[in-house]
Design a protein around this ligand. Structure first.
Ligand code: CA
Length: 673
């Protein structure tokens, strides 16, 4: 008995010794990511005050964390290196006495006995050149004069929004823009600019066109391997910026000085303030679905693996097709997205977000984001790409994909159904669409006209991609024909219609514009479409030079009639609420499709002063055929307001016949008072 007792004691001692030894050597079973402690405080990163700075980092698996303080953002040895202390919920902290404004810092995490490379923290709000070091900053010093009085321009309903998608450089890079700060945030603030022929450019052009929201493709800090902020402006560099580095900091190459971390913040705020003063809201394109780097990302240098999804084999999954995908369903990634978006709203007064590859994020995270942002301001507009770029371990039922849009709270998705029905699939360059004379797209077009909502006259079985309505309300659909991805509409029409004359292709582009800007939902325009923008046939121009991407302002003169047509269409939409009904029920009540008995010919009527419109009845006809077509008019006294490329809201002429004759490849709009 005694021997068994002693053996038992020995066994327990050996067990305890083994466990103790393994914990000292880091051999204990690590926590799974789901077991990492959650920290719900909003004080991660730098908290500056004149008397002292506190810095906090969430890094539950770290064995030790160092904080390095620097004089500047890129060179020199640390002024000090300090050991951070671990507190509750995996949060490490350090307090520095005195005013540290203007100093730079990095953190360094030890895991598995190894020190990882230095990095800014994920919550860094200011950085040095190329985002390699964080900056301790008094943000109030970055506010332009009058910033506290900055107000969002008024906005009644989401369906009143007209988006214009732009890369910061593209607006001002061309010499003929007449803009001084070419390629910069400040280029968005210049007024009174014009091309050599005297036509308005830049901000004045946006006002003249009449858009309500400027949607900027990435303006957060992206990787130096795409654009090196340390190089002088005369070195040609260009990138769209879909490779995030520091999510809470503006990109340095759009600032007049990338080395001083305060300048990019101040100048981006100046751009937002000026746009607001000129009645234009600002949307940021956000790319939380992946990071530009994987092993060297800020996330992986502070909490290796945690912020990303992995496949069953433990390797990074890749639904972004960029090497990794983030894990929005994990508590601290979800919290990170929420805090980051709130920060852009509160510190920069951003009015809306376009969520890149939104289908990678989970529905719950998107709905939490919506609730938090709309609690700050219910007019903030959130929309995204309702798809992924590859397979994800997240099940479809949980993804914020297009088919699940009706489960998203006050969030919209892009309609690729309408986009491809108009011009052909983006994956098949020669394919034509409704405007280029391809029959069989009628139901997809009707689906687009009613903004992907439920309508008794749409045969969903014949819609190109979606076999069911996916938007609960019309504002959930972004109506568009082209964007920064793929060919510009003008280049696409040249590719798919090689035998068409320029005059015919202009008619196609104008028909597409009329179809986008009269359809229900939220209108979206790719910058320059109003002057037949070309990227000289380059499809994915993400790193093409300015020569390919820039807006060539001489085209505004060359194609002045096209510009006028777009401007007048926007005015028509703004003057007539019938084209932007706020509810699916209202669309079902007032919008009726007519039977045209012809292919590639669509007509619908909006009746009963819909949505308070001054016009009692409106008749809209789209003819995608090269030949003129005839449509029987409903009884009444009709006046033509849009015919060919002429728009006159007072009426071009009365239509005394019982039918309308619609010229080939064109829209026609008539009204009854
Ligand atoms: Ca950068």
């Amino acid at each position: 008995m005694r021997t068994i007792f002693l053996l038992s004691i020995l066994f327990v001692v050996v067990l305890l010794w083994t466990a103790c030894r393994s914990s000292k050597t880091g051999q204990v079973t690590p926590l799974t990511y789901d077991q990492y402690p959650f920290y719900g405080g909003n004080d991660l990163g730098i908290s500056w005050s004149a008397s002292g700075t506190v810095f906090k980092l969430w890094s539950p698996a770290a064995q030790a964390v160092r904080f390095h303080l620097y004089e500047n953002g890129s060179t020199g040895n640390p002024l000090r290196t300090l050991d951070m202390k671990k507190g509750k919920s995996g949060v490490w902290s350090i307090a520095l006495k005195g005013d540290m404004q203007g100093k730079y810092y990095t953190v360094q995490v030890q895991t598995g006995g190894k020190w990882l490379a230095e990095t800014p923290d994920p919550y860094a709000k200011a950085v040095g050149v190329n985002g390699q070091r964080g900056m301790i900053i008094d943000l109030s010093k970055t506010n332009p004069a009058g910033w506290n009085d900055d107000k969002r321009p008024s906005q009644a309903a989401f369906t009143d929004i007209i988006l214009y998608e732009l890369h910061v450089r593209d607006l001002s890079a061309h010499i003929n823009s007449g803009i001084k700060h070419r390629g910069k945030f400040l280029g968005l603030t210049e007024t009174g600019t014009h091309n050599v022929a005297g036509q308005r450019t830049g901000l004045d052009h946006l006002k003249e066109l009449g858009i309500t929201h400027l949607h900027l493709i990435p303006v957060f800090d992206y990787r130096s391997s795409s654009v090196d902020e340390s190089l002088p402006p005369q070195v040609p560099q260009y990138n769209w910026g879909y490779d995030p580095e520091n999510y809470n900091v503006p990109e340095g190459s759009y600032a007049t000085d990338a080395a001083d971390g305060a300048v990019r913040i101040r100048e981006f705020k100046q751009a937002i303030q000026t746009l607001h003063r000129n009645g234009i809201r600002v949307v940021m394109d956000v790319v939380y679905n992946h990071t530009g780097a994987t092993d060297e990302s800020v996330f992986n240098r502070v909490a290796p693996g945690y912020y990303y999804r992995q496949n069953a084999d433990g390797k990074y999954s890749n639904a972004s097709a960029c090497g990794n995908e983030t894990a929005s369903e994990r508590a601290m990634m979800r919290q990170y997205m929420i805090e980051s978006l709130k920060y852009w709203v509160q510190e920069y007064h951003i009015d809306g977000f376009r969520v890149d590859l939104m289908g990678i994020h989970d529905i719950e995270t998107m709905n939490r984001i919506s609730a938090e942002l709309h609690a700050i301001d219910p007019t903030i507009f959130i929309y995204g790409e309702g798809w992924t770029a590859g397979a994800s371990p997240l099940p479809d039922s949980l993804k914020a994909i297009k088919a699940n849009t009706h489960r998203l709270d006050r969030i919209a998705a892009f309609s690729d159904d309408f986009r491809d029905a108009l011009k052909g699939s983006v994956f098949n360059h020669e394919e034509r669409g409704f405007v280029s004379g391809r029959p069989g797209q009628e139901e997809s077009i009707k689906f687009g006209i009613v903004a992907s909502t439920k309508h008794p006259q749409v045969d969903y079985s014949k819609v190109n991609y979606s076999k069911a309505p996916w938007a609960k309300e019309p504002f959930q659909t972004i109506t568009y024909v082209d964007c920064h991805d793929n060919h510009t509409l003008w280049d696409r029409l040249a590719l798919s219609c090689p035998d068409a004359s320029e005059a015919e292709r202009i008619k196609m582009q104008e028909l597409a514009a009329a179809m986008v800007l009269t359809s229900q939902g939220v209108s979206f325009l790719h910058a320059g479409v109003e002057m037949l923008r070309s990227k000289q046939g380059v499809e994915n121009s993400f790193n093409s030079p300015d020569a390919i991407n820039q807006i060539d302002w001489s085209r505004k003169t060359q194609y002045a009639a096209v510009f006028d047509y777009f401007r007048d269409l926007i005015q028509l939409r703004k003057n007539h609420p019938a084209f932007r009904m706020p509810s699916a029920e209202m669309i079902r009540t007032h919008l009726k499709f007519l039977d045209t008995n012809a292919s590639n010919l669509l007509a619908y009527q909006i009746t009963g002063n819909a949505n308070g419109d001054a016009w009692k009845n409106i008749l809209v006809i789209f003819n995608g055929n090269p030949a003129a077509k005839t449509v029987q008019l409903p009884p009444g006294k009709w006046a033509v307001v849009l015919e060919g490329d002429v728009i006159n809201e007072k009426g071009i002429r009365e239509e005394t016949r019982s039918h309308a004759e619609v010229p080939g490849i064109s829209a026609m709009i008539l009204f009854e008072q």
